[in-house]
Design a protein around this ligand. Structure first.
Ligand code: NDP
Ligand code: AKG
Length: 429
């Protein structure tokens, strides 16, 4: 069963408080005020264009049946097809997906990609299921949203709890329905199925380039640059390797079940091997265990939250001792924490710029697929680096000249592009 909800009821159903949606709408309000737009524009840009909620019955390997909820939210389509990842996590809910979809719109616009924003998810813990069960869930979810997505409509990609194998199942399911292979319906696919070289590491590498540029441009680098990274998944792990190779001492890393630290620098390769063997960072012999949330409060040059939303809050922000925060995750900083960091002079490089390397190389994958012409790894890396650094430099220069925070400036630059597209298309209410 699937149900299409209209956007107005979506806004009415919004929950307030320290939710990702509260944060996303707060940031939009600031951008609207910065740009001198009005309430009508705010209402339009805060309202998702389309939302789909689906139920996904799963026959488990033991013969029992469970039903999961899945979502796909298209926040904005004014600059092109919607674009954004699919998350498998027990924490997924409609409000979270709405917020993540809105951030995708701003991210695509900030990087000047010809996309709108979308996000999807299934409220399931992938760790509690076999591969066969996850394949069945993915295929059923894809069938339910198939009328909603497509290379010219909405193009999913990996996010938390999903990967290139998930994308291969999605592409196959969609293609079976279409009667022919449709490579462009998702990005983040395996190389053998039209994936792009460099997509798997793109978010981490883009983030790494931004971290190094921010350290340099804000004059925070120097001899003993240290980093703490929350999350050791697709984004955090690749970033740890990138920074270690660049000479940054990665002294603390965490995942959902543990955290480890070593003041002399963590051997990231050895930690990766330990995680492949045991499933988590806990118990890594070449580092000490670190209690709970302490990683976020360590004295480091740069802190990179690369896991989930809302981890930097009004409660812990006064204790954060990093000089620079670069957001690998989407929405890790609440608006209240942002205000604390601004008052304390701690620079925050916002998610919609910092982690945009993933959607950027997804765009490269889509372009290569459309042309059936595949770039080399060097082509991808050069274009990724150039575009991330150009976007960073533009953001920094605009923030400095306007004396506004990087987040407020980034959101305003992106919202302006989206509002312009609406105005030129004549879509204002
Ligand atoms: N993949 C991509 O291309 C992009 C991802 N992002 C964002 O980056 C973030 C991470 O995504 P990705 O790496 O792909 O996801 P993964 O599922 O690959 O990894 C998530 C990581 O976060 C850890 N984690 C989850 N909850 C916590 C917690 N409370 N404290 C510490 N660690 C935690 C997980 O630990 P465990 O393994 O123990 O569960 C895992 O190490 C998300 O916010 C995502 O939206 C943004 C842009 C693109
Ligand atoms: O690669 C993509 O299309 C989207 C990646 C994503 O979900 C994100 O940037 O948060």
């Amino acid at each position: 069963m699937s149900q299409i909800l209209d956007g107005r009821s979506a806004v009415a159903a919004e929950t307030r408080g320290a939710s990702p949606l509260h944060a996303a709408r707060h940031q939009l309000r600031e951008a609207v005020d910065t740009l001198g737009l009005g309430d009508a524009e705010y209402e339009m840009l805060s309202t998702p264009r389309r939302e789909l909620t689906v139920s996904i019955p799963l026959r488990c390997d033991d013969g029992t049946t469970r039903t999961y909820l899945g979502y796909r939210v298209q926040h904005n389509l004014s600059r092109g097809p919607a674009k954004g990842g699919v998350r498998f996590s027990p924490a997924v809910n409609l409000d979270e997906v709405r917020a993540l979809a809105m951030w995708m719109t701003w991210k695509s616009a900030l990087l000047d990609l010809p996309y709108g924003g979308a996000k999807g998810g299934v409220a399931i813990d992938p760790r509690g299921h076999t591969l066969g069960e996850l394949e069945r869930v993915t295929r059923r979810y894809t069938s339910e949203i198939a009328g909603f997505i497509g290379p010219d409509r909405d193009i999913p990609a990996p996010d938390i709890g999903t990967d290139e194998r998930t994308m291969a199942w999605m592409m196959d399911t969609f293609s079976v329905g279409a009667g022919h292979t449709v490579l462009g319906v998702v990005t983040g696919k395996p190389l053998e199925l039209g994936g792009s070289r460099g997509r798997a590491s793109a978010t981490s590498r883009g983030l790494g380039h931004v971290v190094l540029a921010a350290l340099r441009d804000l004059r925070l680098g120097g001899g003993a640059t240290t980093a703490a990274i929350q999350g050791f998944g697709k984004v955090g792990r690749g970033l740890a390797a990138f920074l270690a190779e660049a000479g940054v001492r990665v002294i603390a890393v965490s995942d959902e079940d543990g955290a480890v630290c070593n003041d002399g620098g963590i051997d990231v390769t050895a930690l990766g091997e330990h995680v492949d063997r045991t499933g988590g960072v806990a118990g890594f012999a070449l580092a000490d265990a670190l209690p709970g949330g302490e990683l976020l409060e360590m004295e480091v040059t740069v802190l990179v939250p690369a896991a989930v939303e809302g981890v930097l809050t009004a409660e812990n922000a006064p204790r954060v001792r990093a000089r620079l925060i670069v957001e690998g995750a989407n929405g890790p900083t609440t608006p209240e924490a942002d205000a604390v960091f601004e008052a304390r002079g701690i620079t925050v490089v916002p998610d919609i710029l910092a982690n945009a390397g993933g959607v950027l190389v997804s765009y490269f994958e889509w372009v290569q697929g459309n042309q059936s012409y595949w770039w080399t790894e060097d082509d991808v890396e050069r274009r990724l680096r150039d575009r991330m650094l150009a976007s960073w430099e533009r953001l920094l220069a605009t923030a400095r000249s306007s004396r506004r925070s990087l987040r407020r400036t980034a959101t305003a630059l992106a919202v302006e592009r989206v509002a312009d597209a609406h105005r030129l298309r004549g879509l204002y209410p």
